[in-house]
Design a protein around this ligand. Structure first.
Ligand code: PL3
Ligand code: FE2
Ligand code: FE2
Length: 251
């Protein structure tokens, strides 16, 4: 735990003692102070990243449907969930009195967004699925799982609902790639080599703001690796192939 945070928590404890002896909630003692300027400043970027991420996820599933027309109905369902997520996280920002820095968030996603668009134009479905349904979803799952532990009660409830959906999205990509593994393995490996380092960079970029929200970088990486490796295993890759793919994150 960071020193500032410890101090804040001690202060909270002190003021709780003074104001109401009976209403000290032990769970809240580990939570950051959601009302400080530094919390709100970091939240303005993180919240924007999440809102932009959900919007792009929506757009990406709609785009993917153009490459698998017979899956239009299923993919439209996933896309709709993403819009609901976007609404939920927008409410989280509003609830804290934070204005999301959307310009920052657009830049944050631009490289990955560009790679998705190129793959889409070329009709490289495997690459599109890896970027959206595996890498971005695993990134979202890691972030949301860590955030749930330190979120304000309003955001916690919303994020718990969202993360359940994200597992469905990850599962969608997983099942398609599993079914088509023999024909898509090479493209999967190549797309991973290009795009996993981008995810790692994004994680590094967000780490400082995340730490202000009491989200730990190592924990984020750990959660990401669990979701990512689990999925690759379910797809049907062996240990050596998974290790090779994960190693692309070390650049
Ligand atoms: C897919 O459905 C959505 C993709 C969103 C990607 C989000 C990545 C977020 C990283 C920063 C940590 C966020 C914590 C949550 C704060 C509301
Ligand atoms: Fe989502
Ligand atoms: Fe999703």
């Amino acid at each position: 735990m960071h020193n500032e945070q410890k101090i804040t928590n001690m202060q909270t404890l002190e003021s709780n003692k003074k104001s109401t002896e009976k209403s000290i909630n032990p769970i809240s003692l580990n939570l950051p102070d959601f009302t400080t300027d530094s919390y709100k400043d970091a939240y303005s970027r993180i919240n924007a990243i999440v809102i932009e991420g959900e919007q792009e996820a929506h757009d990406n599933y709609i785009s993917i449907a153009t490459l698998i027309p017979n899956e239009l109905e299923e993919l439209t369902k996933l896309a709709r969930m993403e819009m609901k997520h976007k609404k939920g996280f927008t409410a989280c920002g509003r609830n804290l009195g934070v204005v999301a820095d959307m310009e920052f968030a657009k830049k944050f996603f631009s490289k990955l967004h560009g790679n998705f668009q190129i793959a889409l134009e070329k009709g490289n479905l495997t690459t599109c699925l890896l970027i959206q349904a595996i890498l971005i979803e695993a990134f979202a799952i890691s972030a949301y799982n860590v955030y749930i532990r330190v979120a304000d009660p309003f955001a916690k409830k919303i994020t718990e609902g969202v993360v359940k959906d994200e597992y469905l999205h990850l599962n969608y990509g997983q099942e398609w790639l599993k079914k088509n593994l023999s024909s898509c393995k090479e493209e999967l490996m190549e797309a991973n080599k290009v795009n996993l380092p981008l995810i790692k960079k994004m994680l590094d970029e967000v780490a400082e703001d995340a730490s202000v929200l009491a989200m730990d970088r190592e924990e984020l990486m750990e959660e990401f690796m669990i979701a990512y490796q689990d999925t690759l295993m379910e797809i049907g890759l062996d240990n050596r192939e998974i290790a090779r793919m994960a190693m692309a994150a070390i650049v």
